[in-house]
Write a protein that binds this ligand. Structure first.
Ligand code: ADP
Ligand code: LRH
Length: 463
């Protein structure tokens, strides 16, 4: 039996359970379970199928033992901002409504009537996204005010999954920062904001720092699975875990998955008027540094186009199809909000091209080329903004996540930016999750040592 740590990493498009262990200063990985994730329509809202996600986690735990592993610890990370509420008996009383649901349309502007927008940025350093938790809570309060009479606990999605594993209530710090109501200096909930939007602060517990054990499996789960292990908090925000495993520190990174998260690691928040204007965020890091970055609409756009083509092309095939469309040059502003949650991504891309007098994409290769070229342009602009805001020049961009496998984009970015592009690992988030567990259990001693091990263990390509 091989002792290991288990990372459960659930992104907006897929989840995986990955076993990891150290051998001769190398980090070895094996994927023990992979599953799809997607939003489902329930009671008029786009929701996550959270019960299924928990049962996939249990399947992953079981499979790890069937594959002859002896898991010592497990930790869960997921996408940010979404949450559920529990009542006093710790039963879930809300669906896990997804951040792309239209309940938040107009909510951000309503909250600005209650709390000054600049004050929000000054206290939290978090970028304005219409789906941040603060606007979701406001929207919920408008739609179902009575739910707050019953609610006793606020848990973000990974906190809830950890609760189902252990019975323990935690509000993990990195993900808590994405609510946009955690004070960046004190690292405590900004109660004045909650009061202004009428949300009781008793729902929130003191944020818990990652890289510590929160306890073992519940008795029921131990009985069901036939074994026990410790649950250790990674950076439960997937982007926090991903950035832990960027192999170099002096570089711009892009965590490329459903979203493209582009930025740098920084010691302290940068919440200057210019950072506010460019809408950069200062999210809390797993090792207590700051992720200074911007959300870029990302590969969600191709995921949606692929869905509309009934998934008849793989992601690798879309990249191949682009090579045949060299003459097609239409581009869109990927951060236009129409791309956040449209009924038809193909249609809104065509509308954008029509409005800007460009050729309309018609073939799968043309849609893909339009998306990839537009993303690359946005990366180049964002790199310039990062250099302006930090007052530094960066010679390289390091791409991690599933999107790092897109060599068309990697080459194009190298050409257009003039910077060195490094790519991999593609499972950076799960690796960052495992590193947090290994640091918490003393198998690794520092982030620097961890980054060196990642550099030695994975194939990093240069363009
Ligand atoms: P998330 O964790 O947000 O669900 P991932 O990190 O799994 O996202 O990345 C998914 C993205 O990776 C897909 O949208 C796709 O564009 C890209 N991708 C995955 N495999 C390939 C491949 N073989 N070639 C090109 N792109 C790929
Ligand atoms: C990426 C991510 C990103 C958030 C978004 C909601 O998966 O966590 O960092 O902004 O999802």
């Amino acid at each position: 039996m091989q002792k290991c740590n288990l990372a459960v990493d659930i992104g907006a498009s897929s989840g995986r359970v990955i076993a990891g262990y150290l051998e001769n200063n190398q980090l070895l990985l094996e994927e023990v379970h992979r599953f799809d994730n997607k939003m489902i329509k329930k009671d008029g809202h786009l929701c996550w199928d959270i019960d299924r996600l928990f049962s996939e986690i249990k399947t992953g735990l079981r499979k790890s033992v069937e594959m002859n592993y002896q898991p010592q610890t497990v930790g869960v990370d997921t996408w940010a901002v979404d949450f559920v509420l529990l009542d006093e008996n710790r039963n879930r009383i809300t669906d896990a409504i997804a951040y792309r649901d239209h309940r938040t349309d107009g909510a951000m502007e309503e909250v600005f009537q209650l709390i000054d927008q600049q004050e929000i940025y000054q206290q939290t350093g978090i970028q304005f996204q219409p789906f941040n938790t603060i606007y979701q809570l406001h929207a919920l309060k408008q739609e179902s005010p009575k739910i707050f009479d019953k609610a006793a606990y606020f848990l973000m999605v990974p906190d809830y999954l950890h609760y189902l594993l252990t019975g323990k209530i935690t509000n993990e710090y990195t993900n808590a920062t994405t609510t946009q109501f955690l004070n960046a200096d004190t690292q405590q909930w900004e109660k004045a904001f909650l009061e202004k939007i009428g949300i009781p602060d008793k729902l929130f517990s003191e944020p818990t720092m990652p890289m510590q054990s929160i306890g073992s499996l519940t008795d029921e789960l131990q009985e069901e699975l036939g074994f026990n292990l410790d649950v250790v908090l990674p950076g439960t925000h997937d982007t926090a875990s991903a950035v832990v495993s960027v192999p170099a520190q002096e570089t711009i990174y892009i965590s490329s998955g459903t979203w493209s998260l582009m930025g740098v690691e920084h010691d302290s928040p940068i919440s200057s008027p210019q950072a506010f204007q460019y809408n950069f965020t200062n999210e809390g890091g797993a090792n207590e540094n700051i992720r200074f970055l911007k959300n870029i609409m990302g590969l969600w756009m191709i995921q949606e186009v692929r869905r509309e083509y009934k998934e008849q092309y793989s992601f690798a095939e879309f990249v191949e199809l682009v090579e045949q469309e060299a003459a097609f040059t239409s581009k869109v502003d990927v951060n236009d909000q129409r791309f956040l949650s449209p009924d038809s991504m193909k249609q809104v891309i065509q509308e954008y091209c029509q409005e800007t007098n460009q050729q309309l994409p018609e073939t799968p290769g043309q849609f893909a080329k339009c998306i990839y070229d537009s993303l690359v342009d946005c990366y180049v602009e964002t790199a310039a903004e990062i250099e302006e805001l930090t007052g530094r020049t960066y010679n390289s961009i390091h791409i991690i996540g599933g999107g790092s496998k897109n060599n068309y984009m990697n080459k194009k970015l190298a050409e257009v930016s003039g910077k060195s592009i490094f790519t991999g690992p593609s499972e950076a988030t799960a690796i960052g999750n495992l590193i947090a567990q290994m640091l918490a259990t003393g198998q690794l001693t520092s982030i620097e040592e961890s980054k060196a091990i990642i550099n030695d263990s994975f194939d990093i390509q240069k363009f």
